[in-house]
Ligand binder design. Structure first.
Ligand code: 2RA
Length: 354
């Protein structure tokens, strides 16, 4: 029999994309059980063309579940992932609760699929969307040129902060629309949107905000530390120097990153093009003479990591500058989780048919 899948957090921003993906990807699942908080339970959602009632999160709901995907806040995963494991499920968790646990693999199938099979706690972690928006391309380059250091700046969409982020951006845009005088005096946008910052540290409409996540050590934000720590873990380079500056921009969905990557070997652009063209999960889109380069508006709703603006650094033949863009709700969250779950489903089917 095909494995039973539970989707915990089925009604959230990532959960919604997950149901769309489950309805369109190769169908490896038997029953699909939709689960959410008690507040959202009872809603009827469509998955694989069938209306399904959302069940409340309880211990019993995991009875008979083989794989449970969690798209919920850190504290909910921290409490419930082990409950699902105790009921016999393998958990694929998209929160930050377990990512840096040495006994929990952090998996991007195009980069390190094999580590998904070593999961002593029965939990596999899905990386943060910002790391995921670049790491497939960086992983491909690393395999050929051996990464030595990374400096990145992110341009992160509002939906990274969930439905509240999306709602806040739309509300702020509605408030500033029609004000043709804004952007001429300090604080004018803030005065228009003032009580409506939502999950952001400053107005997002007509602005950029160099603060994503919470305060970490020494002035770094939690998001910047995630980019560093997760890149190191996924690439298996525990000492890789990584500096990230994470910035929120007024885009609904689609994270972008400007990357300066230094390698151990000198780089030749034609070979890099060839390599990226042949890399699974990467779409090379780099013809600036025809204004072809990735932008979130063109990338949203698609699966690959789009790569463009490739340049060898002017002062360093071993460093490459590039711009990458990916849908933070798809590869950045739901798609990568679904891909990991499919790796686990393959194991179930292999055992079942052995
Ligand atoms: C953000 N990376 O964009 C976060 C979401 N996990 O806010």
């Amino acid at each position: 029999a095909k494995p039973t899948l539970a989707v915990v957090g089925a009604t959230g921003a990532v959960g919604t994309v997950m149901l769309e993906l489950l309805s369109t990807r190769r169908d490896v699942w038997g029953e699909i059980r939709l689960i959410a908080s008690h507040r959202s339970a009872g809603r009827r959602l469509v998955v694989r063309g069938q209306e399904t009632t959302v069940l409340p999160l309880t211990a019993e709901v995991f009875d008979g579940v083989d794989v449970a995907m969690f798209d919920v806040p850190d504290e909910v995963s921290a409490e419930w992932a082990e409950v699902a494991v105790a009921a016999g499920a393998v958990v694929v968790d998209n929160s930050g609760a377990f990512r840096m646990d040495p006994d929990v693999p952090l998996v991007v199938p195009e980069v390190n699929a094999s580590v998904a099979r070593k999961r002593p706690k029965g939990i596999i972690a899905n990386p943060n969307c910002t790391t995921l928006s670049m790491i497939v391309a960086i992983g491909a380059l690393h395999r050929a040129y051996v990464l030595e250091s990374l400096v990145v700046a992110s341009y992160q969409a509002a939906s990274g902060a969930g439905q509240a982020g999306i709602d806040t951006l739309y509300d702020q845009i509605a408030k500033v629309a029609g004000h043709r005088e804004l952007g001429t005096r300090a604080g004018d946008v803030r005065r228009i949107v003032d009580d409506d910052l939502g999950p952001f540290a400053a107005p997002l409409a007509m602005n950029v905000v160099p603060w994503v996540g919470s305060a970490g050590a020494d002035g770094w934000t939690s998001e910047e530390l995630k980019v560093r720590n997760e890149s190191r873990k996924i690439l298996g380079l525990p000492d890789l120097p990584v500096s990230a500056t994470c910035v929120r921009v007024p885009v609904v969905t689609g994270h972008s990153l400007a990357v300066h990557a230094r390698f151990k070997r000198p780089i030749e652009l034609p070979k890099v093009y060839e390599l990226l063209r042949d890399s699974s999960g990467v779409l090379l889109f780099d013809d600036p003479s025809h204004q072809e380069f990735p932008t979130p508006a063109d990338v949203v709703g698609t699966d690959p990591t789009w790569v463009g603006r490739l340049r060898i650094a002017l002062d360093d033949p071993q460093a490459l500058d590039l711009f990458v863009c990916g849908d933070n709700l798809r590869k950045g969250a739901a798609l990568n989780t679904a891909q990991i779950a499919e790796v686990v489903a393959e194991d179930f089917m292999a055992v079942a048919t052995a």
